[in-house]
Design a binder for this molecule. Structure first.
Ligand code: ADP
Ligand code: MG
Length: 398
């Protein structure tokens, strides 16, 4: 990786401001944390810093408090969970800047941790206010960013602080960037992308960037309807993005020109309504009833897609194949996840819903990499430079 990591600098005895993305799903009423993946994902960085006798000042956002104190969004339960996962005490503070925090930092000993309060209680965080960034930076000697999931945001704790402190990547940040870099730079071929999810408009940048790079592009999910429509099929009541029909046509034409095998479903599961009670019918794409919605890819399409993926050495998957939240519409998504988990290939999963589907099936460990940052990985694979990564020191810099 081009960026310096925490392993490239001396951290012993130093005060390290560690930005993590511990924006975990937290039940607003019960305070129960339903998924601790993001916390576990940063344990290597935290463990390294503790092991190397740094004084660790952790900070994160949680939820959307919109610049105000929201009692239910305090970091305390997160710090408590971290403490139980790492088996060490984690001190907390009532704010992320100010006198109380400063004095707590002063008493922090080597190998100890202090977890700051939710960064987004201050509107200055999301505004990337330079004074606020400076105050955060004044707590530490070094800044380490492990918050890949927030790296596409230009906030005080992801971008602003790097102006005032030497800034390096944590190990999660490094792992995420290496997995994504590998897809863009030199993937082992054949290389396939499977793209699904709700809307073409969310993923058109991804489709356009990946079209240039892949051998095979498989399209499923809700967005397949717009592509099917662009090819002249009737898609019933499925959501069509009229203003994206031309982009879909353009992508189909480019695929042909660049000899990319772009495949759409050949059959689909349809339902009269999208709800837990709905039943499905399998129909060929030539015969989608006007009264129905496409809710999943069909068995013939599953066979076709899995057959293609079986030939590949590298696979990127972003976006569920159907409305997977409803179990009778989850066949395509499940089949795909199962297939990728058994392949002898590099498998990289991006997208929040996709990662969630894989996690629910207990297959996360069977993939090469499941990204902790849906939005950030999408931006990266669209070809964008992530602001939170850009500000980190290059390996060559001193
Ligand atoms: P990710 O978070 O993995 O990037 P998206 O956010 O693009 O994925 O899309 C996820 C959503 O797409 C899910 O809520 C799922 O229900 C929806 N979806 C998938 N297929 C369909 C479909 N055929 N019709 C409507 N919604 C769909
Ligand atoms: Mg999503």
């Amino acid at each position: 990786m081009q960026k310096k990591t925490v392993a490239d600098i001396e951290v012993r005895g130093k005060r390290v401001l560690l930005r993590v993305d511990f924006n975990v799903p937290l039940d607003f009423y019960t305070g129960v944390i339903s998924d601790d993946t993001r916390i576990r994902a940063s344990l290597p960085t935290i463990g390294y810093l503790i092991g190397h006798k740094a004084r660790v000042i952790l900070c994160s956002h949680l939820g959307r408090p919109k610049g105000k104190i929201v009692e239910e969004l305090r970091m305390f339960p997160i710090a408590k969970l971290l403490s139980s996962l790492i088996g060490l005490p984690v001190n907390t503070a009532h704010d992320c800047i100010g006198e109380e925090v400063q004095s707590k930092v002063e008493t922090l000993k080597e190998g100890e941790m202090l977890f700051l309060e939710n960064l987004r209680f201050h509107p200055e965080e999301e505004a990337n206010d330079s004074h606020f960034a400076q105050e955060l930076a004044s707590l530490a000697d070094i800044y380490v960013n492990d918050a890949f999931g927030t790296a596409h945001r230009t906030h005080a704790s992801t971008v602003g602080v790097a102006k005032y402190l030497p800034a390096v990547a944590g190990f999660l940040m490094e792992k995420e960037l290496e997995a994504m870099d590998n897809l863009l730079d030199d993937p082992e071929r054949p290389f396939a992308c499977t793209i699904g999810g709700a809307k073409v408009s969310d993923k058109i940048g991804l489709i356009q960037n990946m079209l240039k790079r892949v051998d095979i592009l498989l399209i499923g999910g809700g967005m397949a309807a717009t592509f099917l429509k662009a090819k002249g099929y009737e898609v019933g009541r499925s959501l069509i993005e009229e203003d994206k029909l031309n982009l879909a046509k353009q992508s189909l034409a480019l695929a042909k020109e660049w000899r990319v095998s772009l495949l759409l479903p050949t059959d689909v599961a349809v339902a009269e309504e999208i709800g837990a009670e709905a039943s499905t019918r399998i129909v060929p794409i030539t015969n989608i009833p006007p009264s129905s919605y496409i809710v999943d890819i069909g068995p013939q399409s599953i066979k076709l897609f899995l057959g293609e993926l079986g030939k590949c050495r590298t696979i990127m998957w972003n976006g569920p194949m159907g409305v997977y939240e409803i179990s009778q519409f989850a066949q395509g998504t499940r089949a795909l996840a199962n297939c990728l988990s058994t392949l002898n290939a590099t498998t990289v999963i991006g997208g929040g819903s996709t990662a969630e589907a894989v996690q629910e099936m207990g297959l996360t460990d069977k993939m090469t990499h499941v990204s902790t940052g849906g939005g950030a990985s999408l931006r990266f694979l669209e070809g964008a430079t992530l602001p939170g990564v850009q500000v980190l020191l290059d390996k060559a810099e001193s």
